[in-house]
Design a protein around this ligand. Structure first.
Ligand code: FAD
Ligand code: MLT
Ligand code: ZN
Length: 515
């Protein structure tokens, strides 16, 4: 029944690294001097942003940085700085002239003490895979990269707490945990490049949020350096701790605006002894929702992912990346289901029960179950590589919303009719299990008419249905001015007060998140 041969070739993890290096190589130089206007065509919607009242980096500042970090930790060569100025999407380009690469918390603290005193703005950068323009400067902010802060500090494999520096790459942490039969509680397509500090700073959700939950739960302790250089060490590995306010939560999702995360204590999870991956097709969004209900019912605690992509997303991966659908006949919706459990026969029996139900109820019209790890990885490759595939269209307008499941796909349908005559593609995919839709509209080049059709409609629709305009990617530079669609004025006011208290000169990632 569900054993169709696999035809697609997949690449997990490595794909994002590849694309990143391509982008960085093709970054294009020439924009090294600070200019008062923003530079890429796609940055146009953000040209109203004015440079803040910060000082510019001078020779004496560089001398201080070189004393703190030694000269290898300070990059000023234009060609070398260039790649840190450009974001993964090629959408945002900063004009920084200096990248600082500390190796320790003490070095971060000394750098920030100086920047605080001198009113120098700082943009912290992890793996630079963020999708809302938060990881690159807008003007001449100093780039503080965590790429040399990649030491694993300890693993307590009884209580399963991993403690590491913020610059550890997610995929490398997984590789480290593998011999201990453990894995990280989060997984995302950018795993080969993103840093755990960046994951924490964006409160990344990812592909298995449904099962392993939010970083607000799995991060047990954090170390962060505040704007004035104060080191806040709450790097405890305690599961329970009710002594006052849980300050680490403030940094989770703060996008580099409240402090620089330097260390993370995170709860690793058991590596599953049994994994199953199925790729299914549905003829309608209605059927997809019923299939989700059936998956919750039949698979219960072993369900580790319930992801979806629409036909347009599948077409994009086949057209732009040369992948092939694992199913014979095209369908309007595809689902990727994964189970993580401990006994293969039990899990497979549950999966079979689920598949029999959804097939006999005609919720699912076609499907395939991976027979080995290679096939599972190929199926995951289709889902994970949509982001990369879309980039090949040229310009991507990306939205990341939470919506109640019954209306989640209506947004794609409504948007598609609005933009039909202008856009190359309007597609939806995402984490159905978490009510998180990724709506992406593409065109060959930036198009103001198209942008006007998308915004503010996308935000108004989301607000009307009491959704969130940022489910997991954050606000970055793209969305601070739209936060009111999802948060009441009182909440925004309190956020601004917290920001002013923790970063009185506003030097940390200015123009982002809370403005
Ligand atoms: P960066 O991009 O470098 O920075 C992101 C933000 O965090 C910036 O505001 C930056 O200033 C801040 N920051 C970084 N490090 C620190 C630090 N140490 N201290 C303080 N602030 C810091 N996101 C999801 O949530 N779910 C997904 O499924 C997902 N899939 C993706 C797939 C692809 C192919 C790509 C390209 C991106 C994806 N993302 C996803 C977005 C992105 O990968 C995540 O937001 C990731 O957590 C960013 O980590 P990073 O190290 O690259 O951070
Ligand atoms: C995903 O789920 O694939 C990521 O969040 C990236 C994206 O939205 O494109
Ligand atoms: Zn996502």
């Amino acid at each position: 029944m569900l054993t169709m041969a696999m035809r697609s070739g997949g690449l997990r993890g490595t794909a994002v690294r590849w694309l990143l290096s391509q982008r960085l190589r093709g970054g294009g130089g020439g924009h090294h001097r600070f200019a008062s206007t923003l530079l890429t065509a796609q940055q146009k919607p953000y040209t109203h942003i004015q440079r803040g009242n910060f000082n510019q980096v001078e020779g004496e500042d560089l001398a201080v940085f070189e004393r703190i970090l030694t000269s290898s930790g300070v990059i000023t060569d234009h060609a070398d700085v260039d790649r840190y100025n450009q974001d993964w999407m090629g959408k945002f380009r900063g004009q920084s002239t200096v990248v600082l690469r500390p190796k320790s918390t003490e070095e971060v603290a000394a750098v920030l003490r100086h920047c605080h005193q001198r009113r120098l703005a700082v943009s912290t950068q992890g793996g630079n895979t963020g999708l809302v323009g938060g990881s690159v400067p807008l003007f001449d902010e100093i780039i503080l990269s965590t790429e040399l802060m990649n030491d694993i500090i300890s693993l307590d494999d009884v209580s399963r707490i991993l403690t590491c520096q913020a610059g550890c790459v997610l995929e490398q942490l997984n590789t480290y945990l593998e011999p201990h039969d453990l894995m990280m509680p989060l997984d995302l397509g950018a795993k080969g490049s993103c840093h755990i500090g960046g994951n924490v700073a964006t409160n990344a959700g990812g592909l298995r949020f449904l099962r392993y939950g939010s970083l607000h739960g799995t991060v047990l302790g954090l170390e962060a350096v505040l704007a004035d250089g104060t080191v806040l060490n709450t790097l405890s590995g305690l599961r329970k701790d009710n002594t006052g306010y849980d300050l680490k939560q403030l940094f989770i999702g703060s996008e580099g605006t409240l402090g620089v995360v330097t260390g993370v204590a995170i709860e690793a999870v058991q590596r599953p002894a049994a994994t199953n991956v199925a790729f299914l097709a549905c003829n309608s969004y209605e059927q997809l929702q019923h299939t989700f209900q059936a998956a919750k019912h039949h698979l219960g605690e072993i369900l580790s992912a319930f992801e979806f992509l629409d036909e347009g997303s599948m077409d994009c991966t086949t057209a732009n990346l040369g992948l092939s659908s694992p199913l014979q006949t095209p369908a309007p919706f595809y689902i990727l289901i994964e189970t993580h459990g401990s006994v293969q026969e039990h899990d497979f029996a549950k999966l079979e029960g689920f598949l029999e139900t959804v097939m006999s109820d005609e919720l699912v019209v076609d499907g395939t179950v991976a027979q080995d790890a290679g096939q599972a990885s190929a199926l995951w490759g289709i889902r994970e590589r949509i982001t990369e595939a879309l980039q090949h269209d040229g310009t991507v307008y990306k939205y990341d919303v939470s919506l109640p499941l019954p209306v989640l796909y209506s947004l794609v349908n409504e948007m598609r009719s609005r933009v039909a005559s202008v856009a190359t593609r309007c597609v939806g995919y995402g984490h159905v299990g978490d009510g998180n839709l990724h709506l992406n509209i593409t065109s060959s080049e930036p198009n103001e008419e198209l942008f006007g059709l998308i915004e503010p409609f996308v935000y108004e629709f989301t607000a009307k249905h009491r959704g969130s305009i940022s489910a997991e990617h954050g606000l970055g530079v793209m969305k601070p001015h739209h936060i009111h669609y999802s948060k009441p004025a009182e909440a925004i006011h309190l956020m601004k007060q917290i920001k002013a208290l923790m970063d009185p000169h506003g030097i940390l990632n200015p123009y982002k998140t809370i403005v």
